[in-house]
Write a protein that binds this ligand. Structure first.
Ligand code: FMN
Length: 150
């Protein structure tokens, strides 16, 4: 098996509709699960940043579908590498809501305070997503651990 990780950035187009996000995630999660693909998608209402991990032919086939999708444009690969292990083994496609991303996180990985994935390095983009997913897990734990009625 040849495990790879691909990270790309893109810009939403006029064909994107925020209301479709739920449907897109549901079908992506179903498809990715069937192919043992794992990863994350971050969307800040302007740009997409996605990481996909899995077997090389499956990642390549999915990427060639995604790149044709009219709902985004300027799809640019930030990283494509062979990996010995996955970082996102718990998620077929984890959605990172913008609420998990603070200004200091953006500043840490980009050259400004406005999130712009095109100014990130591949490694920076990966670390950004892992950082955001840790925040997401911590916030979900906080909610789960709150006693009922509080
Ligand atoms: C930003 C973005 C990310 C996407 N990620 C995935 C994904 O992880 N998995 C998936 O199956 N489809 C994903 N899609 C949807 C595919 O582009 C495409 O719609 C899907 O493969 C179904 O293609 P079909 O309608 O030709 O069958 C994504 C689309 C966009 C715009």
């Amino acid at each position: 098996m040849n495990l790879v990780r691909l990270i790309y950035a893109s810009h939403k187009t006029e064909f994107w509709n925020d209301l479709e996000l739920g449907k897109l995630l549901e079908s992506a999660q179903r498809f990715n699960k069937a192919k043992n693909l794992t990863g994350m998608l971050y969307f800040n209402r302007k740009y997409f940043l996605q990481c996909i991990e899995g077997q090389r032919d499956d990642v390549s086939a999915l990427y060639s579908e995604i790149v044709k999708d009219k709902r985004h444009r300027d799809v640019q690969i930030l990283a494509f590498e062979e990996i010995d292990e996955r970082e996102m083994e718990h998620w077929n496609m984890c959605y990172l809501p913008d609420s998990q991303v603070t200004q200091s996180m953006v500043l840490k990985y980009t050259n400004g305070t406005d999130f712009d994935p095109f100014s990130m390095t591949g490694r920076g983009a990966l670390n950004f997503m892992l950082n955001a997913s840790r925040q997401l897990k911590a916030s979900q734990r906080d909610v789960a651990e709150k006693p009922a009625g509080h």
